[in-house]
Design a protein around this ligand. Sequence first.
Ligand code: BG6
Length: 487
Amino acid sequence: MQTDSSFTFVLFGGTGDLSMRKILPALFEAHRAGGMLADSGKIVAVARHATNRGEYIQWVNEHVKPHVSKNGVDEAAWASFLERIEFVNIDLGKAEDFVHLRDAIQDLPGIRVFYLATGPSLFVPICHALASVGLNVNSRIVLEKPLGYDLKSSNAINDAVGEIFAEEQIYRIDHYLGKEPVQNLLALRFGNALFEPLWRREWVESIQITIAEELGVEARGDFYDNTGALRDMVQNHLLQLLSIVAMEPPHSMDSDSVRDEKLRVLRALKPIDPRDIGKVAVRGQYHSGVIRGTAVPAYATEPGVKPESATETFVALKVEIENWRWAGVPFFLRTGKRLADRVAEIVVNFRAVPHSALGASALRAGANRLVIRLQPNETIRLYCLAKQPGEGMNLASVHLDLAFDQFFREGQMEAYQRLLLDVINGRLALFVRRDEQEAAWRWVEPILNEWKASNKPPKPYASGTWGPAASSAMLAQHGTCWLEEEN
Ligand code: BG6
């Protein structure tokens, strides 16, 4: 893909963790690949821990280079990448300093992208300061999550940013939407005639969506302890995945067609009745345990975490969608830190055949199931029933596998690379629109409120397990179990 869209990419928070691990490596990959970034495109860093370009470049060499290209750095490409980088020394707290930023970039060609890889408390002041020097025109603004803490605070940010930038200029990142396998989910659903007719309540018994992590809170204890898994993962990543799994076929892949359909799903989520919360929501917190042979500490002893913390590091939910396609089909969502494995997957459990002409063994052998593994090792596995060889009609569950790396050996793109290219090229489809974000907050908020009001601590689980027993018990009530408990 050859591009001539010139750009000036202004990176606020240029020495932050996200810039170091994700944003700058993604821009480097796009640069190295060739043809994806216009030659004239510039990256202008605004950062706290550097005072001039020389210092910043030194920081990039020391901190970003180790995160690029797993297979070794292409030194020539790295050197030419550094030439794209400029640095502006401004104090983000001083609106008058933004004059220096304007002077530095006003003659650069192309669209301006302002990437706010800063704490959310700086979003509004930065937007105001940009507007005060006229930088809110011919520009796009990228906002990282968390965008607010609840519906009210997220509305406050969106209102304030919305006074300065039009919705079409605002790119709210949910990096799950940039992942190749999530894109592939759209291809699976809407590029094949095979699945869509069955993708509904008549044929689907239940759906599971899991994002499990082995990692704990790492160095983010402080942030995480005020956030918790529901805000960190469910309000955004899990509900976005759910809306892609459940949405109606969009008319096209343009930004608003896809986002309109996702929004319809989010608005159709059955509100959770606070009286039912114990039946449909489980929250847990990890205690010490062992992961891959290594002892790991309890959440409450992690740096930055209050010892008496009641923050959840695990959530399991039963969600229902109130529309014709999905009425009565439970969607089980689950996410947690320090679980037994790192895996993100979607499991579609189909109904058993309505009548088994093949006898009891056919029923015992189960039903069809489609497992879409998003990470690691992107695969799609379709479980079917087959006759076991030999006498009699005994059935067993067997599977067809589609391992994407066997078909496509090259061209995989990291989520941030895809999303940053989309911002530069003005493609909004993979960014969260304000109304989607509001609908998601509106749905999760009663759960947050109820948990807070109830004053009950989260259920403990040992690190290296699949979370509290109550999570399995919730599925058992519906006659099912999480996929990994199947055998
Ligand atoms: C982030 C969360 O949005 O997603 C993190 O803030 C989490 O807590 C991360 O670890 C998971 O992303 P991925 O791409 O590693 O699955």
